[in-house]
Design a protein around this ligand. Structure first.
Ligand SMILES: [Ca+2]
Ligand SMILES: [Ca+2]
Ligand SMILES: [Ca+2]
Ligand SMILES: [Ca+2]
Length: 531
């Protein structure tokens, strides 16, 4: 019996329900469904690419300037002039036609310095020294092997079945300041791919037998165990460790898998026992703990048929704190609009309920659905993640339990990128950016599946692409300032009528890309188009 059970607003024992974690039950309709759905998917058309064209000046990233002195000017003449100017030469490249990297002295702006250089008649061009960064692919073996199909996969049909994680990571990949409460069976605290991403209670000293932060629980360092009202929230079932890894297994650490967020703070709140079952009162205690200790997101990969006013009220209190509550639709292949599953079926605006999709982009045969009570779907079949049986253990699992943390992980990235944005806007971003998929049409609110990149871009102000050109020694230098982490095709034309593709570039996190193309005789026009 824990202290929360004594509070008067809790449901009496006769009305306590058991919550079962959402692994799917065995099902015999898989092959039939896959065939039927496949024909639907092949009939779809991919979304048309957005086209935007522009020319002209661009945004500045550093104060440094790249300067190409004219070849027909005596280098000594340029040197003499530059020494009279408020700028320093950082580097000269003799093998690049004396290309210079220069820095304006304080008081002289970059744009003004470029104008002065161009006005001197001594330079072929002067341009900002753009910041470039590599688009990193995480080195985690289960990601590189392709086992993590939910994050990224090679399309085999016309549906992009994953959540576009690498495309999202071009925009944001870390969520170190975001606290995610995983209300589940606990998290293996020593797992190699989770231990660095565990939340730590800032006011609790570990292992001293004292309740340092005076919250009623002794040594609750990484979370809370509501079953025995202790601070030991390790996992003796597996479900919670698996869910936690989907949200935030350490990315790019050379081990195991990677979460949707490469870093995050995972708060381990245990109420499901070694059989994957738990009491409503304990789930409520976990929600209360999450709220009291600053969680911004709750992942609830569990549910049941019984409606509890107390649970509903706990979620309402989380709502008042701006916490987003992400929960699983259930694994009974049933319509939640007709046969409710709780908590997914509570109508609360801080809740998102999640169905499961398979590697063909179809609604998983076990997944619950509901045109008004289920919001969207996310990958939930054969999902690779961390496992509780060892510090290097990983396993594949299926269920709406696995879909839910994909959505929670995307919310973590959104919280990291847009920390002051209201929860209703974050939820709107995830739902409104879902990709419409035939098998989800009419079966959930969005009729679609999670798209991590689109959710981030939904809240990102659009940037008009700006393309600048300069003549370099080896060719023409193309500099593009545009939306961050986006692919662009650069084209050239002599008559503004016929356009030829000359380069494909991807902008970095700062929205910049640069490339060199072959220099041809005569005047050319250039443009960049978003892929
Ligand atoms: Ca994709
Ligand atoms: Ca404590
Ligand atoms: Ca302590
Ligand atoms: Ca990893």
């Amino acid at each position: 019996m824990n202290s929360f059970n004594r509070k008067p607003y809790l449901v009496p024992p006769s009305r306590m329900w058991e919550w079962v974690c959402f692994f799917p039950r065995p099902h015999g309709r898989g092959a039939l469904w896959a065939g039927a759905v496949l024909s639907l998917l092949l009939a779809t058309t991919p979304a048309l690419a957005q086209e935007t064209f522009a020319h002209s000046k661009s945004k500045l990233r550093t104060e440094r300037i790249i300067v190409q002195p004219r070849a027909d000017i005596d280098p000594a003449q340029f040197e003499q002039w530059s020494q009279s100017q408020p700028m320093d030469t950082l580097r000269v490249h003799p093998r690049l036609d004396n290309l210079r990297v220069m820095l304006p002295r304080s008081g002289m702006g970059q744009a003004e310095m470029i104008a002065r250089l161009e006005g001197s008649g001594l330079v072929e061009f002067a341009e900002p020294d753009y910041v470039l960064s590599a688009s990193i692919t995480p080195d985690d073996p289960d990601y590189l092997s392709g086992a993590a199909w939910g994050l990224n996969s090679t399309p085999s049909g016309s549906i992009d079945v994953d959540i576009n994680a690498p495309e999202a990571w071009d925009l944001v990949r870390y969520a170190s300041n975001v606290v995610v409460a995983v209300i589940d069976s606990g998290i293996r605290q020593t797992h190699e791919d989770l231990r660095d991403n565990l939340w730590t209670n800032p006011n609790e000293i570990a292992g001293n037998g004292i309740d340092d932060d005076n919250d009623g629980i002794v040594d609750d360092v990484h979370g809370y165990n509501a079953i025995d009202n202790t601070g030991s929230a390790d996992d003796n079932e597996g479900h919670g460790t698996h869910v936690a890894g989907i949200i935030g297994a350490s990315g790019n650490n050379g081990k195991g898998s990677t979460g949707v967020a490469w870093t995050v703070r995972l708060m381990s709140l245990k109420f499901l026992d070694s059989d994957g079952q738990g009491a409503t009162s304990d789930a409520i205690a976990c929600i209360d703990y999450a709220r009291a200790h600053g969680a911004q997101l709750i992942n609830a990969s569990w549910g049941g048929a019984g409606q509890s006013q107390a649970l509903r009220r706990a979620i309402d209190r989380a709502r008042a704190s701006g916490i987003i509550f992400v929960t699983a639709a259930g694994n009974e292949s049933t319509n939640n609009d007709r046969t409710p599953s709780y908590p997914a079926s509570y109508a609360v605006d801080n809740m998102v309920s999640v169905a499961a999709s398979d590697s063909l982009g179809a609604l998983a045969d076990f997944s619950n659905y509901g045109s008004t009570s289920v919001d969207l779907m996310a990958p939930g079949v054969n999902i690779r993640s961390t496992w509780y049986s060892g510090d290097s253990a990983y396993a594949n699992e299926s269920g709406t339990s696995m879909s839910t943390p994909f959505v929670t992980g995307v919310f973590a990235l959104l919280k990291a990128r847009f920390p002051t944005t209201d929860y209703t806007q974050l939820i709107a971003a995830v739902l409104n950016s879902a990709d419409k998929v035939p098998s989800a049409a009419g079966k959930m609110v969005t009729g679609g599946k999670l798209n991590a990149r689109a959710a981030i871009k939904y809240l990102t102000p659009t940037v008009s692409p700006v393309l600048t050109m300069a003549s370099g020694s080896d060719g023409w230098l193309l500099n593009l300032t545009a939306e961050a982490g986006a692919g662009y095709t650069c084209e050239e034309s002599v008559d503004l009528v016929t356009w030829t593709s000359v380069a494909s570039v991807t902008t970095d996190a700062g929205g910049h890309a640069a490339t060199t193309i072959t220099k041809l005789a005569g005047a050319r026009f250039f443009r960049a188009r978003q892929d």
